[in-house]
Design a protein around this ligand. Structure first.
Ligand code: GAR
Length: 188
């Protein structure tokens, strides 16, 4: 049976959109009520949920609410796609081995919130994209698959960034399929 996925995002949600067009997404979760990903979800008819940390007593209570939501929907795999919060022990222990993340650099190089810009500023000849299991560290979990993206001589930060995102849109669906998530309308 196909795995049921939820996507977590904090921002624009372009990766979410690529996934939702290819796979049935049970719901989107965002920690930011203004995030554009929620508009995309609405347009694509994918249910969405938003909880803000500030509305809870602490991060344990916040993550417990997320765990309850995941349990209710019997989610098998959580796909972080620009989810900019660190996954804490409450969520991690409940869903260990079931959370993956996409990072816009060739890990272990350039972890953190600015992978594209950091690689660009460092003047690397190539960077890339990584999908990895989530552990307690920041972008440190076991790598599932990576793609190299060269920096071209006439690249600007914008063109470089665009090609990194294109690599993300190629890699994320490939990895989901390899992890047993069936595409929409795939034969039974
Ligand atoms: C993506 O490039 C993703 O790799 C990155 O945030 C962007 C979200 O874009 N994630 C990280 O940097 C995590 N460390 P999107 O909202 O348009 O999918």
């Amino acid at each position: 049976m196909s795995k049921k996925i939820a996507v977590f995002a904090s921002g624009s949600g372009s990766n979410f959109q690529v996934l939702a067009e290819a796979f049935p997404v049970e719901f989107v979760f965002s920690d930011k009520p203004q995030a554009y990903v929620l508009e995309r979800a609405n347009r694509l008819g994918v249910p969405s949920f938003t909880f803000e940390l500030k509305d809870f007593d602490n991060k344990v209570a916040y993550e417990q609410a997320i765990v309850d939501l995941l349990d209710q929907h019997q989610i098998d795999l959580i796909c972080l796609a620009g989810y900019m919060k660190i996954v804490g022990p409450t969520l991690l222990s409940a869903y260990e081995g079931k959370i993956i993340n996409i990072h816009p650099a060739y890990l272990p190089a350039f972890p953190g919130a600015h992978g594209i810009e950091d690689a660009w500023k460092a003047g690397v000849a190539e960077s890339g994209v990584t999908i990895h299991w989530v552990d307690a560290g920041v972008d440190t979990g076991q790598i599932i698959k990576q793609l190299r993206v060269p920096r071209l001589t006439d690249d600007t930060l914008e063109t470089f960034e665009t090609r990194i995102h294109e690599a993300e849109y190629q890699l994320y669906p490939e990895v989901l399929e390899s992890l047993g998530v069936d595409r929409k309308n795939s034969p039974l």
